[in-house]
Each structure stands twice: as structure tokens, then as C-alpha cells.
Design a protein around this ligand. Structure first.
Ligand code: OAD
Length: 237
């Protein structure tokens, strides 16, 4: 009988898509250096100037269309052969899915989807030919729609299943995030005692007070190749 695969839960941030050419938020020349975050990514900002918010996400969609998954996304998809892999991502891009990962939980929404302004559960996927939205965009049911993005000042609906996954993990990895945005940044604190936690990031944030975290200070592509070797060696015993 085949042994049950160990459960590998991976929490990813903007850094995993950096090598695909998608800008991160807080690095030098990151998005928040060029756009006031509270104007384009907060509930208040959307109320004040919805036009600007639609325009910001139209630009993000255009950049995403030109991007391809990188080796880090691909390694995570391939690890499904040996591990029960669950990806929890703060990213709104679809590069994990395009690389072949089959279980991806988006914490902060999805760029290629829109939702009703008055109903977070009414979601539609954009047609690839019509990726631009404006405050005049209506859903198939006639409702005004907005980007399917969790704005600052809004609750994170998928955090409960994410915490549950972190708690069930046999191995936990965090990749390419500055650990500044909560509740996502706290996920590593829900792992069970004794579960190994790895953190891949070329400029890792401090992990003081977060338990025993093994830091791999490398870009995602190189760091994931390193982690894959560690995990596969560990599996062979
Ligand atoms: P940040 O921009 O805050 O952090 C990016 C992290 O990626 C940093 O720690 C970098 O060192 C790291 N990094 C850069 N290049 C890398 C590479 N090649 N490989 C691996 N890591 C690399 O992005 P997040 O932590 O993801 O939310 O930001 C969290 C949230 O803040 C985002 O989801 C977004 C933003 O506001 C919303 O907009 C709702």
C-alpha cells in the first residue's frame, strides 16, 4: 500500500513572482513606491476614486498577461508528485495555477476576476478579450462590479481555511514575502510544535519571536531548488 504523502503547506508572497517580471510592493521601485497604497488598494480609496482603482488593476492585468510562471512556481507544482502540496498565496496573479499547482488558496483575491461591489460572494471571471474594467462595468446579473481584490480595511475571507491548513501541515514553507501584512504574516505561527518551517527570501524579514524558522536567503527559483533537495532527501530518510 502506498504511504500517505506528507502535507507540505507553502505560503507565498510577491517575491515568488518577481523573477517572472511582476513588481513586488515594498522593494526598491516596488508598486507602493510609485502609487499611494491607500489610494489604489484600500476600501476608502475605492470609495473616493473608483476610476483610479479600476485603472490600477487594469494595468496589473496587462503586466500579468505578459508574464510567465518561473522555475519556482514550476518546482512547487512538481512537488505534488511527492507531497500533498497546498499553496496559500497573498498574490493576485495566476502564475501558480498556470504552472500546474492544483490546490491554491488566494488570500488577497484574484486579478483575473471581478466581484459585485455590494456582494463579495458574487464573483465572475473576466473574459481574456475584455480585461479592462471601469466603474460602469456590470456583471451578468446587472450589478456594479469591482476588482476581486481584498482591499486594506477589509476582512480576509480565506484566512480561516488558511490557518487550518497551516495547523495541519507536516512541513511549512514561506516564500518571498516581507511579512508586513497581517493576518497572512502570522500563518507560520499556527504550525504544530516540531513542524519544520522554511523561509526563502533574498532579503528576509526578521523572524525573531516566530519560532524555529530555517531561513534560506536566496531568490525563489534558487531557494526552491535548495528546499526541494532538502525535502526529497528527508523523504528518503
Ligand atoms: P512585499 O513587496 O511586501 O515583499 C516582497 C518580498 O519579496 C520581500 O521580502 C523581498 O525581499 C522578496 N523578494 C524580492 N525578490 C525576490 C525573489 N526573486 N525571490 C524571492 N523573494 C523575493 O510583498 P508581500 O509580502 O507579498 O496586498 O506583500 C503582501 C501584501 O502587501 C500583498 O499581497 C499586497 C500588498 O499590499 C494587497 O494589495 C491586498
Amino acid at each position: 500500500m502506498e504511504n500517505k504523502k506528507p502535507m507540505l503547506v507553502v505560503s507565498t508572497g510577491a517575491g515568488i513572482s518577481a523573477e517572472s517580471g511582476i513588481k513586488t510592493f515594498r522593494d526598491a521601485d516596488g508598486l507602493w513606491e510609485n502609487y499611494p497604497v491607500m489610494d489604489v488598494a484600500s476600501a476608502d480609496g475605492f470609495r473616493r476614486n473608483p476610476e483610479l482603482v479600476h485603472q490600477f488593476y487594469n494595468e496589473r492585468r496587462k503586466a500579468l498577461l505578459e508574464a510567465q510562471p518561473n522555475e519556482a512556481h514550476r518546482i512547487l507544482a512538481e512537488l505534488e508528485k511527492d507531497f500533498d502540496v497546498w499553496v496559500i498565496t497573498q498574490n493576485v496573479d495566476d502564475l501558480h495555477e498556470r504552472a500546474g499547482s492544483t490546490r491554491v488558496l488566494h488570500l488577497h483575491g484574484e486579478l483575473m476576476k471581478i466581484r459585485a461591489v455590494d456582494d463579495p460572494d458574487y464573483i465572475e471571471t473576466l473574459d481574456i478579450e475584455h480585461l479592462e474594467t471601469t466603474p460602469a462595468t456590470r456583471g451578468k446579473n446587472g450589478k456594479p462590479m469591482r476588482p476581486h481584490i481584498v482591499f486594506f480595511q477589509e476582512a480576509v475571507p480565506n484566512i480561516e481555511p488558511a490557518i487550518e491548513l497551516a495547523h495541519r501541515a507536516d512541513i511549512f514553507a514561506v516564500i518571498g514575502t516581507s511579512l508586513q501584512v497581517y493576518p497572512a504574516a502570522a500563518l507560520m505561527e499556527y504550525v504544530r510544535p516540531g513542524v519544520p518551517v522554511y523561509y526563502i527570501d533574498p532579503r528576509p524579514a526578521s523572524t525573531a519571536g516566530r519560532g524555529n524558522v530555517k531561513v534560506i536567503p536566496e531568490p525563489a527559483t534558487k531557494g526552491l531548488a535548495t528546499l526541494r533537495d532538502i525535502l526529497l532527501k528527508g523523504k528518503k530518510g
